[in-house]
Every structure is written in structure tokens, then in C-alpha cells.
Design a protein around this ligand. Structure first.
Ligand code: NAD
Length: 476
């Protein structure tokens, strides 16, 4: 049984929001903590990562209940996509912390001899993490693993749209993590706007591109570097040689999760026209197998986050021809998994990121046609290719840009701790995850240490022909 939680759909009340002066005070407090040096020792970093693991273990019930209250996600789905991902990340960081933080020696040329050169990671300072609502815990704690491993203080601003998770994050993080160095503030656009006026040393933002621009503009005032985790239209390419049954099973597995509200989810399917009918039939059968004849009754099928997103998605259902699904219930924020065919290329369904359980099927004739259709949507956050032809797989990898790629699967790169997570172009900039997460929140500081005994006189003016010959030799 899930612990007693308030009903889904109740918005965060203003009383939950952190007053703006208090937000500013939190930033100052974290900066003082960073300046005190408490976050630098490896033992402190290790203790924080272990605390994250403890939190996930001891408060699993609270975490899953809060996600259920916000998004009606099933228990296993929440565990897999949030708790397990963060746990893997924290364990990976703990295992590699010593080597990540070690100085990396580089060769020193003759002209700088005797001397030693290395790159030394340095924490940045105070990191702001602004999260979206669709994976409230993963988007908060997974980047935090990298930021804490790198020795930073972290201020978290969860999305006000996933209000139960935001409240639970605000309650639990200070219980487990060093409250001097980690803080949570709550608020909507107005509070976040005010928060962004403060100076941070790095901002990690997850959400849509329009707010991404606001974040980047605000960061520019302080020359603060940003990592932007945004979205876009992620295509699934299915070629002539693909295993159709496998493709359908895996596409449905992804698209059904969180009622399709996942940034790396299949946005639309681009199938070779010879396989379009077979794939459409297989997808329809898979949706029925996974969620039954009436998915509204399925305990494994989630809900749309709020009325605004529900109305946006419902409006999209009027475009194209519905092959399966299409039923909705606004009172329950329910939209049935829906397959759509014959969507005009200029319809919003094919122009904007869907971020919901609607799956357009689009056909292609040859690789040039495929390339043209892909190009129309910019660089996606993720690209998926179903094919048994390695030549086709390699051509797709070479030819089609994307933040991340999975071949014959969807989304599973997210569980590989050594792979960075991030977009490119309009889908994002920078990445976190594994060592990349550590580096994202570190300055990789180059150091040259010289002794004072030997000195090559040729580098000093006044210069001569002999000095030039020596320096040309030394700097070869
Ligand atoms: P959202 O509405 O929760 O907004 C994201 C964050 O921005 C929230 O914390 C919110 O409070 C803040 N915000 C909203 N308006 C603001 C403003 N005017 N000024 C300052 N801050 C503001 O989330 P969303 O934008 O609906 O998220 C959905 C988008 O996020 C989709 O495009 C999806 O693809 C993308 N996304 C990307 C990733 C990723 O890892 N790349 C993950 C999840 C979602």
C-alpha cells in the first residue's frame, strides 16, 4: 500500500513557496559554507553520496507515494526510472571518486623542464539545479551526485507542478544531506526568476526551451556557465530489416511510461513504407497487451500532469487519423495511448514536441527522404534506430545528429553509468551522468609546477640568433 497522500492535481499552494528574501539568504548561506572549505574533503563527498543511497533505501515508500500523487505512476516504473537510476549513479560515483578527483599528469615539454604538469579538478562553488516535473527525483538527485562528488554546494529548485514531490524533496534532503551545503527552495516562475538574479557558479536547468532561454539570459549577467537539459521531437526510425515485434514491444514500453511525458521518449515513428502496416498493427496489439482494453483501469498507466497539458494534448488528437486509442477523461487527467497516422507535416502534432501518449506514424521511402524528414525537426535529444542491417545503423549514426542514440532499443542508455546524458543544438547543451557529471561541476584546472634551480636563459630578452635556435629546439 502507498502511504496516505493528498489527491493528484492539487496545485502547490503559495504557502509552500519559499519567500524571495529567504531564497537569497539560502544562496548566501551556501556560499559561506563553500568558502569555509567544508565540501572539499573526499570524506565529506563520500558521506553525501552514501547519504543519498540511504535516503533512497529508507524513504523509498515516501518517494514512490509522492510520485504517485503527482503523476499516478506505477510503483515499479517509479522505482526503475527514478530510484534505480539515482542509485546506480551514486554507486558509480562512490566507486570512481578517488580516480575522478586525482590529479591527471600530462607531459611537460623541454622548454618547461624541470617541471611537472597536471590537471586538477576544482569544485565550482554553488550550483543551482532547476528541475522539471516529469522525473522530479531523478532530475534533482542524479545531477546532484555529480555536483556533490565534485565538492560543490547545491541549491535545488524542484518544479512547482510536481508539488508533492517538491514538498517531499524539501523535507527529506536536509534530513539526509549536509544542510549547511545542500538546500531546497520552492516556487514558480516568479520565485525562480528572482532566484536567477543571484550569482551561482553553475546552473543546471531541465525543462522546455523557452524557459531555457530565460535561464541562459539570466546566467549571462554573472557569466555563469549553464547546462541545459531540454527536449525536442525524438524520432524512432524503423527500417526494412527491423524486427517488428521487438520494435513494437520496446516502443510501447517507452511510450507508455509516465503517459509519454519523458524527454527522451519516442515522439514519432519514421517507418519504411514497406513495414508501416505491420508495425502499426504490432504497436496497437502491444498497447492492448501492456495496458488492457481499457488503459484507464490499468494500475501501470499514469496521468497527465495538469489540466493545461491535458488540454494541449487533447487538441493534438484532432490531427491525422486515429488508428487506436483517442479516449480522454479530463476529470481524471487521462489520455489513452493513441496511435495516429496520416498526420500532415505542418500540423502541430508534427511540429512541436508531443510530451504525451500520442504516437504519430510517418512513412519514408528511401534514405534521402528519411534524412529530409529528420532534418525538418532539428537535432533531437535522442534518436532511435530499429534495424538488423549494420550498414544502415552505421549510416544513421554518421548522418543523423542527435544528443544520444540507442540502436534497437529506447531510453536504455540512461542506465549506463559511463554514458553522459545531454542534448545538442535545440535539445540542450552540456551533459551530466557518470564522470561527465563530475566534470560538468568541476573546473579542470591546469597546473605547471616549476623548480627554481635550472633556468633556460634563451627565453629571456635581449634575443639573439643563438637564443632563437635554442628556443626552436626546446619548443619542437
Ligand atoms: P516546468 O514547467 O516544470 O519548468 C521547468 C522548470 O522551470 C521548473 O522548475 C519551473 O519552475 C521553472 N520555470 C518555469 N517557468 C519559468 C520562468 N518563466 N522563469 C524561470 N523559471 C521558470 O517543465 P516544462 O518546461 O513543462 O518541462 C517539459 C520540458 O522539459 C519538455 O520539453 C521536456 O522535453 C523537457 N525535459 C527535458 C529533460 C532532459 O533531461 N533533457 C528532462 C525532462 C524534461
Amino acid at each position: 500500500m502507498l502511504p496516505e497522500m493528498p489527491q493528484k492535481g492539487r496545485a502547490m499552494t503559495d504557502s509552500q513557496f519559499t519567500p524571495i528574501p529567504q531564497m537569497q539568504a539560502e544562496v548566501a548561506r551556501l556560499r559561506a559554507a563553500f568558502d569555509s572549505g567544508r565540501t572539499r574533503p573526499l570524506e565529506w563527498r563520500r558521506a553525501q553520496l552514501q547519504a543519498i543511497l540511504r535516503l533512497l533505501k529508507e524513504r523509498e515508500g515516501d518517494i514512490i507515494a509522492a510520485i504517485h500523487a503527482d503523476l499516478r505512476k506505477g510503483r515499479l516504473e517509479s522505482w526503475m526510472a527514478e530510484i534505480a537510476l539515482i542509485r546506480t549513479e551514486a554507486k558509480h560515483a562512490l566507486r570512481h571518486l578517488k580516480s575522478w578527483t586525482a590529479r591527471r599528469r600530462v607531459r611537460t615539454p623541454i622548454a618547461a623542464q624541470p617541471g611537472r604538469s597536471w590537471v586538477q579538478p576544482e569544485p565550482l562553488g554553488v550550483v543551482l539545479c532547476i528541475a522539471s516535473w516529469n522525473f522530479p527525483w531523478q532530475q534533482t538527485l542524479q545531477p546532484m551526485v555529480g555536483a556533490l562528488a565534485a565538492g560543490n554546494c547545491v541549491l535545488v529548485k524542484p518544479s512547482e507542478l510536481s508539488s508533492h514531490c517538491a514538498a517531499a524533496i524539501a523535507r527529506l534532503l536536509p534530513e539526509y544531506l549536509d544542510p549547511e551545503a545542500v538546500a531546497v527552495v520552492q516556487g514558480g516562475p516568479e520565485e525562480t526568476g528572482a532566484l536567477l538574479e543571484c550569482r551561482f557558479d553553475h546552473i543546471l536547468y531541465t525543462g522546455g526551451a523557452s524557459v531555457g532561454r530565460i535561464v541562459m539570459r539570466a546566467a549571462a549577467q554573472h557569466l555563469t556557465p549553464v547546462t541545459l537539459e531540454m527536449g525536442g521531437k525524438c524520432p524512432v526510425i524503423v527500417d526494412r530489416t527491423a524486427d517488428i515485434a521487438l520494435a513494437a514491444r520496446r516502443i510501447v514500453w517507452a511510450k507508455g511510461q509516465n503517459a509519454g511525458q519523458i524527454c527522451i521518449n519516442a515522439d514519432y515513428v519514421l517507418v519504411h513504407r514497406d513495414r508501416a502496416a505491420a508495425l502499426t498493427g504490432a504497436l496497437a496489439a502491444e498497447f492492448r497487451r501492456a495496458y488492457g482494453a481499457d488503459p484507464q483501469m490499468s494500475k501501470d498507466y499514469g496521468r497527465i500532469v495538469n489540466e493545461r497539458h491535458f488540454d494541449r494534448l487533447q487538441a493534438l488528437l484532432s490531427q491525422g487519423r486515429i488508428v487506436q486509442g483517442g479516449r480522454t477523461d479530463r476529470g481524471d487527467l487521462y489520455i489513452e495511448p493513441t496511435i495516429v497516422a496520416d498526420v500532415p507535416g505542418d500540423a502541430p502534432l508534427m511540429q512541436d514536441e508531443i510530451f504525451g501518449p500520442i504516437l504519430p506514424i510517418v512513412e519514408w521511402q528511401d534514405e534521402d527522404d528519411l534524412a529530409m524528414q529528420l532534418k525538418a525537426h532539428g537535432k533531437p535529444l535522442a534518436l532511435y534506430v530499429f534495424s538488423r542491417d549494420q550498414g544502415f545503423q552505421d549510416r544513421a549514426l554518421d548522418r543523423f545528429p542527435a544528443g544520444m542514440v540507442a540502436i534497437n532499443d529506447l531510453m536504455m542508455f540512461a542506465i549506463v553509468p559511463g554514458l553522459p546524458f545531454g542534448g545538442v543544438g535545440g535539445s540542450g547543451m552540456g551533459a551530466y551522468g557518470g564522470q561527465q557529471g563530475f566534470r560538468c561541476f568541476s573546473h579542470m584546472k591546469p597546473v605547471l609546477r616549476r623548480g627554481s634551480r635550472m633556468d633556460i636563459a634563451a627565453r629571456y630578452a635581449p634575443y639573439s640568433g643563438l637564443k632563437e635556435r635554442i628556443m626552436r629546439l626546446a619548443l619542437r
